[in-house]
Design a protein around this ligand. Structure first.
Ligand SMILES: Cc1ncc(COP(=O)(O)O)c(C=O)c1O
Length: 433
């Protein structure tokens, strides 16, 4: 292994800085060459065990041969099909297949090209259906970087600074059992519902003006925060009492990331609108906004996108859904999730810096703290761990202020977990905080 970044990577990074916007955050200098299954290779020939799935995108593994075949065959046949002007069968087949994975009432699909776009469609649809203007979302929530999605987002101020004014969105605390913001951990979910009723609805906006409440079932970018399981159910009730649409953002948590197709199923909740992207396209851009026939009643011309329903993206999505529908896929995620969480708890016993271990399925995290008493976020230490892990051949991603997330391809095996945790253990030992 050449110590990364090797000479080729360094050269490309230097060129990148000269011609490409530097508005993204790259935690460490990885320059990718190719990928397969659980592995990535950089341009200097180094191989990495990947625990990122390209931010929860490559759920069926990098470059799965069936996804690659579906894409290449479709591109040779018809890629852009101008679905907003001409119908074609692949997007329709994809929609027919997708609704088989969803609760019965979620049976109408709008196609776009990214997570943010699928959120924009949800916001427009909610306003159209309710004729109301306002939205409620949550601190720590991340929904994307276009104007509507950014207005909902309150995860890091750099994502909003100098970009306002925003859409009328009111932010509520999110139930975070490890950092309950003055609420008590076991009841933080009920306290949040009460906060919305007693503070937001009485002091800021009448519920009659709220079109939708937008929520992640598990907060992703905000730090893999897992709320008490009844939270979504209470939110569903609050929405029903007030004629508000429940919009669940499953862009990161969906597509079996948590062991069920939608994470909201763990709470036995059916959203009015849900958004998917990332993993659903198997590596190609595909955003999906799903709702019921009753809600998705917007007239021709009210919303569309040139590339929405792209045949290559839908062919990739179909291949992904076929793989996810195979017997044992969901059980494997649940079993590997348990295995990973057990190993992360073992790591926590060995390293004082790990304040919390949490997750559902393969959407798992450790939160690094200066000391377990004060829970002060260990920000620099997290950076050091991620960089050292990368140098040792393990790719991981940050989330929140001092969280390391584990969102590997869902095909990972027990040996991959042992290898990854072994590298992390050595890295933490070596850094001796
Ligand atoms: C929960 C959630 N919603 C929305 C988005 C935005 O998706 P995209 O980057 O495809 O616009 C993300 C991206 O990380 C996300 O995690």
């Amino acid at each position: 292994m050449v110590r990364p970044p090797g000479p080729r990577a360094q050269g490309i990074l230097a060129r990148d800085r000269k011609v490409v916007s530097q508005s993204m955050v790259r935690e460490y200098p990885l320059v990718l060459d190719k990928a397969s299954g659980m592995n990535l290779w950089d341009v200097d020939g180094n191989r990495y065990l990947d625990f990122t799935a390209g931010i929860s995108v490559m759920n069926v593994g990098w470059n799965h041969p069936r996804v690659v075949r579906a894409i290449t065959e479709q591109v040779a046949h018809l890629s852009h099909g101008a679905f907003l002007d001409f119908c074609s069968e692949i997007p329709v087949m994809f929609a027919e297949k997708l609704i088989q994975f969803l609760p019965e009432s979620l049976n109408r699909i709008y196609f776009s090209n990214s997570g943010a776009e699928s959120i924009e469609a949800a916001l427009k649809l909610a306003r159209y259906a309710t004729k109301r203007k306002y939205f409620i979302s949550f601190y720590g929530g991340f929904h994307g970087r276009t104007y509507g999605a950014m207005s909902l987002t309150a995860a890091r101020v750099i994502q909003r600074k100098h970009f306002g004014p925003f859409l009328p969105v009111i932010h509520s605390p999110y139930p975070n059992p490890y950092r309950p913001l003055g609420f008590s951990p076991p009841t933080c979910d009920l306290d949040v519902i009460q906060y919305i009723e007693d503070e937001i609805f009485k002091l800021e906006v009448s519920p009659e003006e709220v079109a939708g409440i937008v929520v992640e079932p598990i907060q992703g970018e905000g730090g893999y925060v897992v709320p008490p399981v009844r939270f979504l159910k209470r939110l569903r009730e609050l929405c029903d009492e007030n004629g508000i649409l429940l919009i669940v953002d499953e862009i990161q948590s969906g597509c079996f990331r948590t062991g069920t197709f939608l994470a909201s199923s763990h709470s036995d909740v059916v959203p009015d609108i849900t958004c998917l992207a990332k993993a659903i396209g198997g590596g190609l851009p595909l955003g999906i906004t799903v709702s019921s026939e009753e809600i998705m009643q917007w007239p021709p011309g009210s919303h569309a996108s040139t590339f929405g329903g792209n045949n290559a993206s839908c062919a990739a999505g179909l291949a992904v859904l076929e793989l996810m529908g195979e017997a044992g896929f969901a059980d494997h995620v649940a079993a590997m999730g348990e295995e990973l969480l057990t190993k992360l708890r073992w790591l926590q016993e060995r390293h004082e810096i790990i304040g919390d271990v949490r997750g559902v399925g393969l959407m798992d995290a450790i939160e690094l703290v200066r000391d377990r008493q004060s829970r002060k976020p260990a920000i620099q230490e997290r950076k050091a761990v991620l960089t050292a892990a990368f140098e040792q051949g393990l790719t991981l991603l940050p989330a929140g202020e001092s969280v390391i997330r584990f969102c590997p391809p869902l095909i990972l095996q027990k040996e991959d977990i042992d290898t990854g945790i072994g590298i992390l253990d050595q890295v933490m030992e070596g850094l001796s905080f």
